[in-house]
Ligand binder design. Sequence first.
Ligand code: FPP
Length: 233
Amino acid sequence: MNIDMSNLPEHIGIIMDGNRRWAKKNGFSKIKGHREGANTLKILVENASKLGIKYLTVYAFSTENWKREENEVNEIMNLLREFLIECERKYTKEDYVVGFIGDSSALTQDIQDRMRRVSEKTKDKKGLHLYIAINYGGRDEIIRAVRKMVESGTKELEITEKRLSEYLDTSGVPDPELIIRTSGEMRISNFLTWQSVYSEFYFSDKYWPDFSIDDFKLAILDFQNRNRRFGGI
Ligand code: FPP
């Protein structure tokens, strides 16, 4: 596959969708689907880093996902805990920056502590920046940002797009040029609502656990063949 290495998207967002349908199709439990999804993520992170992608933001748990059955939510939180333990073991030794977006205050204390530790230990690295969206919703992020602006005494005329961006969870991170969604669904589902206004979207029919590095490269190739005008001519 002939990807132009001099024209890689700097920031790619991924809506990892279809874990449960993958499980159903293969006769497995829902949690097995999520577990496979987490494995797919680990493989992709490693390959995205090798390719030279600078920022990767992945949607792991939305503000709406709490509506799922208690058992499934608990299983996803257990997977997240395992993932964080592995992040601390592996990514802190290698050249990765790991960060989180979303409202972490609703998560258990041990998960919050693990998130903080991984972020702290990796913050000065230079390699791939992996941002994991947990209890994340784009609208919720904007509301939290506006509240922080008001609390800090921002005056009416000081409210600009640049200023608001600085209060978002993604402060300092460039907007994603490419957003990939798997499983054939064609929606943004509250992911990077503010940041995605000029993103290119790529929809794959593959369920997330089946999404391979070749599928990832296909998405990049498709992106490279688009004509981005940003509202201009
Ligand atoms: C999407 O498939 C997956 C989720 C909503 C949550 C879980 C995500 C993962 C397990 C991947 C990464 C994990 C971690 C811990 C960082 P779905 O459940 O919406 O499937 P469906 O669309 O087929 O119902």
